[in-house]
Write a protein that binds this ligand. Structure first.
Ligand code: GAR
Length: 198
């Protein structure tokens, strides 16, 4: 049966767009809602224009109360009955209370070759470390940040003249290849990791 996918974004949503554009034809999933924690996320505007349901749950009124924010997210999700969640540049940490409910049904893309460089500023950190390989990872989401079983990785060679900005742009292009490919497999029940080189 076709899987209903909720996609969470915080920003431009280029990964969300790559996922949505791939979910056609014989793809085993379809987008059911795009959720953002900020009203001005560019991704929300694009999703609306595609006729996809969108929901904004602003995290700010909740202050530091993550469980209350997540309860509001869950209430919003309920109306769209998703089977799974794709985090696509969603920049809020989720607690175990939320991740446990979606265990095995929520995936994320992160701009590094995990387990390296969890958290932020991944490209600058890879450069600082003198890494010759860098890339991105799609993984199942657990309560631990940027952790959980790896479902796919795409890697590229770091060029001598790469900056954090050029690396970010090159990795983002790879993300747009990796995430749709992994989602297709995941929605079809395939958990074996996929490896791509750029
Ligand atoms: C992407 O590079 C994604 O990997 C990263 O945010 C960017 C979102 O871009 N996510 C994280 O850092 C999460 N830990 P997009 O809005 O254009 O898809």
């Amino acid at each position: 049966m076709t899987k209903r996918v909720a996609i969470f974004v915080s920003g431009g949503g280029s990964n969300m767009r790559a996922l949505v554009e791939d979910m056609t034809g014989d793809h085993p999933a379809r987008p059911c809602v795009v959720v953002s924690n900020t009203a001005d996320a560019g991704g929300i505007v694009w999703a609306k224009a595609q006729g996809i349901a969108t929901v904004v749950v602003d995290h700010r009124p909740f202050g530091g109360d993550r469980p209350a924010f997540e309860a509001a997210l869950s209430a919003a999700l309920e109306r769209h009955s998703p089977d799974m969640i794709c985090l696509a540049g969603f920049m809020r940490k989720l607690t175990g209370g939320f991740t446990d409910v979606w265990a095995g049904r929520m995936i994320n893309i992160h701009p590094s070759l995990l387990p390296k460089y969890k958290g932020l500023n991944t490209h600058a950190r890879a450069l600082e470390a003198g890494d010759t390989l860098h890339g991105c990872t799609v993984h199942e989401v657990t309560a631990a940040l940027d952790d959980g079983p790896i479902l796919g990785q795409a890697s590229l060679k770091v060029a001598p003249d790469d900056t954090a900005e050029t690396l970010a742009a090159r990795v983002l292009t790879l993300e747009h290849r990796l995430y749709p490919a992994v989602l297709r497999r995941f929605a079809a029940g395939i958990r074996a990791p996929l490896f791509i080189t750029g």
